[in-house]
Design a protein. Structure first.
Length: 297
């Protein structure tokens, strides 16, 4: 099996392709500028894999060990490393990625497909113009932690603005990892008075709606990255935590009315269902909405 057979029938071209059907379980999710697919191999048999697309691809290998095999990224030295977890690999847009392995353990890997246009980043960073270097089986603690947090959103998704904040951090980590100098400087202070006022008004009017980081950054007329840092300086916490707390405070007021059900309150303060509302309320207040209402009676 040491040579890749290009006549092998692989899966859909838009994802990482495996040479055997039903070889693994796939889980997928997506956020602004990033599509993620997590693959858990479920059979310990030899297989091939490959990918090539117009997106950058960051590979997060949580578990990987093989008796035999090799991995190749166009422009990088071929690797026959046997134990490659926890390791990262990076495939720049347009580069070929392929390999084969006879696994010693059941592989667990996540592929983050990243839009080179990076809509969440400040255009001044010129992310699309950066010439990224292909890298195979490397370690970078900060990049790993950022990628792992984003991978966890596939399994236990949080709010969209939190996921978008993670995407921004990940992209900046990629720039740092590649050694590219950032032209961006964080604002020395927090938000201006007019920005805080408009943001506060918008948040109050739309607590029942999904509010994204991009929406708030547009109101403040800042890039999402600049905005997130300035917001924390002004309000003392990240946007997603601030939004959650404002929703909990409104929920407390609504719970004082015995005629409004917990389900109605959950919807009124922007939670997708009563269960997620109850869990968030308990984390913040230390008791369920029902128990809180009883104490207020």
């Amino acid at each position: 099996m040491g040579v890749l057979d290009r006549s092998t029938s692989f899966g859909p071209p838009s994802t990482v392709q495996l040479s055997r059907s039903n070889l693994g379980r796939r889980f997928a999710d997506g956020w602004t500028g990033v599509h993620a697919e997590k693959i858990d191999i479920v059979h310990r048999v030899s297989f091939e894999y490959r990918a090539a697309s117009s997106s950058h691809m960051l590979i997060l290998t949580e578990r990987g060990s093989r008796y035999d095999g090799e991995t190749m990224i166009e422009g990088a030295a071929k690797s026959m490393l046997r134990d490659f977890s926890p390791r990262l690999s990076f495939v720049p847009a347009g580069y070929q990625y392929r390999g084969w392995q006879t696994p010693r353990v059941l592989t667990r890997v996540t592929y983050l497909h990243i839009d080179p246009a990076a809509p969440l980043l400040d255009p001044e960073l010129r992310f699309s113009e950066i010439e990224f270097t292909p890298r195979l089986f490397f370690q970078d603690r900060d990049l790993w932690q950022s990628a792992l947090k984003l991978k966890n959103q596939i399994e236990k998704p949080a709010s969209r603005d939190y996921s978008e904040a993670l995407v921004i951090v990940l992209l900046h980590e990629l720039i740092r990892m590649n050694g590219s100098a950032s032209a961006e400087r964080a604002p020395s202070g927090g938000l201006a008075g007019w920005q805080r006022k408009r943001l506060d008004e918008h948040i109050c009017e739309h607590l029942a709606d999904e509010i994204s980081l991009i929406d708030l950054a547009d109101i403040a007329r800042l890039s999402p990255f600049h905005f997130a840092r300035a917001f924390k300086r002004s309000f003392g916490e990240p946007p997603h935590r601030y939004l959650r707390q404002r929703r909990i405070e409104l929920a407390k007021k609504l719970l004082e009315s015995p005629t409004t059900s917990v389900s109605e309150i959950a919807q009124a303060v922007g939670f997708v269902d009563p269960a997620s509302f109850t869990a968030a309320f308990r984390r913040s207040v230390g008791m369920t909405p029902t128990d809180y209402r009883r104490l207020r009676e």
